[in-house]
Unconditional design. Structure first.
Length: 327
């Protein structure tokens, strides 16, 4: 499969490794509105530098991976599916739920497969938790707790165009909840603060947040996000069911445990997403490739991307108004 990569920033560089490293895909072309970024990445992998429009118009390219800034995703999904390409697009689908819904309608009409990059589903620990849950090993799922703390906040320039903590960061956790709980919550209640960096608060965003989701049958999920964890990237899931509990813990920098008279100590969690989720990004690309080749349903659909955004929008409203939002 010949692949065009749109966006050569932080995550585009990660995806280039997966595309070029997969036995069935070739990184044919790279675009970025910031030309030096595209040139550097293309040179590394022997790909061509083209504009996003040129890549989409090229009939010899089978698929595009969209890793551009969030406000460009919907337009690029629409253009790429109209040109007959299979698409893997980074989260979130858009900054606006209304725009994302319009994009979904266009993509459905165009009939090409679209996958959204909720990479955490492909993390080996989270995937093992999901398999054990689906196999009925803890009975009926009742209480889900998701923890997601970044080691530090992104640059303010990124924060200002990110759509806020719920659309940008907690969207991953809303996806984990729909993946493990099934379906849409009935209510969304968010509490949020700006404790890490006052500039984030001044920009109208939050850096610390807790959300409670309730489901029509009484099940509950909680999510905790912070843009600062002094010890690294904290990514854990705890799922309590009628017959037991599943826990996916942090991946540590190494497995050494030191026991002395002073106490028992171990390594920190892997520093951030580039370290923790590298195997997940490769597995995500492999799952996309297999689904395109077999014509199977995409492992993460555009509909699921839009559904997660609807929860993010409700959480944003709840945090700003102090009210519980019923979906
Ligand atoms: N799944 C994940 O773990 C993950 C991690 C980081 C970012 N993301 C998502 O990926 C997207 C990019 O984030 P990032 O951190 O790489 O940002 P970034 O700013 O580092 O990179 C984005 C790049 O896209 C380029 N760009 C913007 N519009 C373009 C266009 N129309 N055509 C070509 N290039 C264009 C920019 O010049 C920039 O180089 C965001 O939507 C973000 O939410 C996902």
């Amino acid at each position: 499969m010949k692949v065009g990569l749109l966006g050569a920033g932080r995550i585009g560089q990660v995806h280039a490794v997966s595309i070029a490293g997969h036995p069935e895909s070739t990184l044919a072309a790279v675009s970025d509105v910031h030309a030096p970024a595209a040139e550097a990445l293309a040179a590394k992998f022997g790909a061509e530098v083209r504009s996003s429009d040129e890549i989409i118009a090229d009939d010899s390219i089978d698929a595009v991976l969209i890793a551009t800034s969030t406000d460009t995703h919907s337009g690029l999904i629409e253009a790429a599916t109209a040109a007959g390409k299979a698409v893997l697009c980074e989260k979130p689908v858009d900054l606006s739920l209304e725009r994302a819904r319009a994009c979904l309608a266009v993509a459905q009409k165009n009939g090409q497969p679209v996958m959204i990059g909720f990479n955490r589903r492909f993390d080996p620990s989270f995937a093992a938790l999901k398999s054990a849950f689906d196999a009925g090993e803890i009975g009926k799922g009742e209480l889900l707790a998701v923890t997601s703390f970044d080691p530090g906040p992104p640059p303010m320039a990124y924060v200002k165009v990110s759509g806020g903590i719920f659309r940008d960061m907690m969207i991953h956790d809303f996806d984990i909840c729909q993946w493990l709980m099934g379906g849409t919550p009935e209510t969304v209640t968010a509490k949020a603060s700006s404790l890490v960096d006052p500039e984030i608060g001044k920009a109208g965003d939050f850096d610390t947040a807790v959300v409670t989701l309730t489901y029509s049958d009484g099940r509950i999920a909680t999510i905790r996000n912070s843009r600062r964890a002094a010890f690294g990237y904290d990514q854990r899931i705890e799922y309590l069911g009628s017959e037991g509990m599943l826990e996916a813990k942090n991946m540590l920098e190494n497995q050494l445990v030191k026991s002395t008279a002073a106490g028992v100590t171990g390594a920190k969690p892997m520093h951030f997403f580039l370290e923790r989720y590298m195997p997940a990004y490769a597995a995500e690309w492999d799952a996309f490739m297999k689904a395109v080749a077999s014509g199977a349903r995409m492992p993460v659909t555009l509909e699921e991307g839009v559904a997660a955004l609807a929860v993010a929008e409700a959480a944003t409203e709840s945090a700003k108004t102090g009210k519980t939002i019923t979906l």
